[in-house]
Write a protein that binds this ligand. Sequence first.
Ligand SMILES: C[S@@+](CC[C@H](N)C(=O)[O-])C[C@H]1O[C@@H](n2cnc3c(N)ncnc32)[C@H](O)[C@@H]1O
Length: 416
Amino acid sequence: MQLPEPDPAERDRSLRLVARLHDEIAASHGEIGFDRYMAIALYEPGLGYYASDRRKFGPAGDFVTAPELSPLFGACLAGQLAAWLPGVAPCLWEFGAGSGELAVQLLIELEALGFASVQYRIIELSAALRARQRATIAERAPHALDRVQWLDSLPDRFDGIVLANELLDALPVRLFELNQGCVLERVVTRVSEAAQTSAGVAPGEASPFALQLTSRAADPAFVQLVQARLARAGWPQPLAASGYRSELGEQAAAWVASVSERLAEGVLLLIDYGFPAAELYHPSRASGSLNCHYRHRSHAEPLWMPGLSDITAHVDFSAVYDAASQAGLSCLGYGSQAAFLLGCGLAQRFTERQNPSDPAGYAQAAQALQMLVSEAEMGELFKVIAFSRGATRAPLKLAGRDRRAALEAGDSAACA
Ligand SMILES: C[S@@+](CC[C@H](N)C(=O)[O-])C[C@H]1O[C@@H](n2cnc3c(N)ncnc32)[C@H](O)[C@@H]1O
């Protein structure tokens, strides 16, 4: 793996985070679950990836998200929201608002569509990003700032539209491995200096970053959860495979359940990359979907310099569907990001907004559009799903087919 060398300040911050991880591992009898590791690596105040001041989104950061790529993303979303808003309380609840880019786009676009009094609530874990979101809105939509409020959590009951773009993939996951059908959990442990020297590292050169993933027998509750996920994905039971590794996104499913239960009347709209369970846990995807980003390089080493890379796992949309349905929500549609954006008039919006006398701007906008919808980029890997409770029944705008049948229990592709 060839990654750009972090600067001394970044290295130092990562070392401080490693010291924090070492304390946590020592206090937890020598190991922590990967979900705990991921929570600390991403969100530890002042040190975690999302908690630091370093720029994460956009060309100068580690990755780009759809609203960072093009304002047409927000324009399309606003078109969809406008179909729901007349029937729900005029309040948007955005989780994990990143740089605040989508909030700005939606506030401006909805105003243009006649929804100028919509309230905007942001629930954001990272204090550094809250400050950034406020600054983005103050700069680009200052007149709307008094309609925006930051909350620590959702109220017990609320009405309106909840939206989250690339939130679920950032929620911590646990890791598992199958060994002759037995479920093992992969946990994070420390490699002692003695173990490093006996493995050939010269004395005095043992790495202070030395963490490793270790497979150990899983507790019965975790075994049951993994068996249930693989059964939902169509795996024959009892399990017999060896060497298969993947993730379990308990926190993403719990988040969907909790938000759905509190939604008294309104819509839940989620955009993220992922698959139905049968695809996510297909036997051919034997090393899981964990993915890290550092300065626009993807890598598969989540323990590399903790706190410097984003760590993500693909979303299990069957689990999302089950959690929302069990809380009594109805699905309004599920499809690819390309089908959604084209269904919301992306192509027409692009044509209308380009300035023919600016060829460079045109080329850049066309490239962004290509990334949003191309099958090889975000168009197919990213999915959009919406649910509702109450009067709002307007379907998700999809140019292609609605694929929700792939999420319904019993639809799993057979896995031999
Ligand atoms: C990958 S970023 C996506 C940012 C933004 N939605 C975008 O599309 O550009 C994930 C965001 O979710 C936030 N986040 C993660 N867990 C959260 C939680 N439990 N509640 C609220 N925000 C959370 C992160 O701090 C970050 O802002």
